[in-house]
Ligand binder design. Structure first.
Ligand SMILES: NC(=O)c1ccc[n+]([C@@H]2O[C@H](COP(=O)([O-])OP(=O)(O)OC[C@H]3O[C@@H](n4cnc5c(N)ncnc54)[C@H](OP(=O)(O)O)[C@@H]3O)[C@@H](O)[C@H]2O)c1
Length: 253
């Protein structure tokens, strides 16, 4: 029987690349996201190679998440790896200029959504035990402050600490937890963040070499297939051409 991976946010970026990477290795796939047409397309692409179960699912809806997990078809029930990837940043303006609803959407998705899926799948992962893995997609923004990161960065700091705390409670179950924290990667992330501004997205990635979705999918696969006695607590991955910068200092003219 093949291993089963449950991927949230499989309709784009890292999640979609992860679907391809795990399929390449013969894993059965549970793929979720809100855009059903994209899930159908993925199933059409990968369904010949591996077993695919798609779920049109908003991770913010705890009841829908629980129902989706409870009603997984038999061949997809014993999930061995959970890729908690669904997430988004909104409103790159300074905090004081951002609508409260954008803050709420980030918290509801990146924090509450991730917690919803984790809670629903924990019993299964514990039953699978040794070698079971949760990969929580954090961000460098969870550790390094920068302008316009406000609630997004804070939500990813939650992901890091939640991952570490889970590790404490899962001690002895064999279930591993990793906070996978990427730096700049070219996906639809900036398009979403800027409310669909393709020019802004192109500008951010122009003239440099960002990470690709495939780079991160490779890390997800690697973390999930490490020998069972190894747990990577946190994996922070940046493009070589990205680094930190000096502190900002407010000066008199
Ligand atoms: N790209 C970067 O530079 C970067 C860096 C660090 C961390 N990250 C993190 O990496 C993760 C993936 O982002 P990405 O770069 O691959 O961006 P992306 O291309 O925009 O993909 C985001 C995915 O999340 C899903 N999603 C968003 N809200 C959802 C909801 N309420 N319910 C279910 N699914 C939802 C989207 O699917 P639907 O719209 O179909 O629901 C989509 O599949 C996110 O957690 C992001 O914060 C990205």
């Amino acid at each position: 029987m093949s291993d089963i991976v449950f991927i949230t946010g499989a309709t784009s970026g890292f999640g979609r690349a992860a679907a391809h990477r795990f399929a390449e290795a013969g894993w059965s796939l549970v793929l979720s996201g809100r855009r059903g047409d994209r899930l159908d397309a993925l199933e059409a692409e990968l369904g010949d190679k591996v077993a695919v179960h798609t779920l049109v699912l908003d991770v913010r809806d705890d009841e829908a998440v629980q129902k989706a997990v409870d009603t997984l078809p038999e061949p997809f029930k014993r999930v061995r790896t959970l890729i908690n990837n669904a997430g988004l940043a909104l409103a790159p303006q300074p905090a004081q200029k951002v609508a409260l609803k954008d803050w709420h959407t980030m918290i509801d998705t990146n924090v509450t959504g991730l917690v919803n899926v984790t809670h629903a799948l924990l019993p299964t992962l514990i039953e699978v035990g040794e070698g079971a893995t949760i990969v929580n997609v954090g961000s460098i923004a969870g550790q390094w402050p920068y302008p316009g990161s406000h609630v997004y960065g804070a939500s990813k700091a939650f992901v890091q600490q939640f991952s570490y705390n889970l590790r404490c409670d899962l001690q002895g179950t064999g279930v591993r937890v990793t906070d996978l924290a990427p730096g700049m990667a070219e996906t639809e992330f900036t398009l979403v963040r800027t409310g669909g501004d393709q020019t802004a997205s192109d500008k951010l990635y122009r003239g440099t070499t960002a990470l690709t979705a495939e780079d991160i999918a490779e890390q997800m696969f690697y973390i999930s297939t490490l020998p069972a006695h190894i747990n990577f607590n946190r994996v922070e991955v940046m493009p070589t051409r990205q680094a930190w910068s000096a502190f900002a200092v407010d000066r008199d003219d």
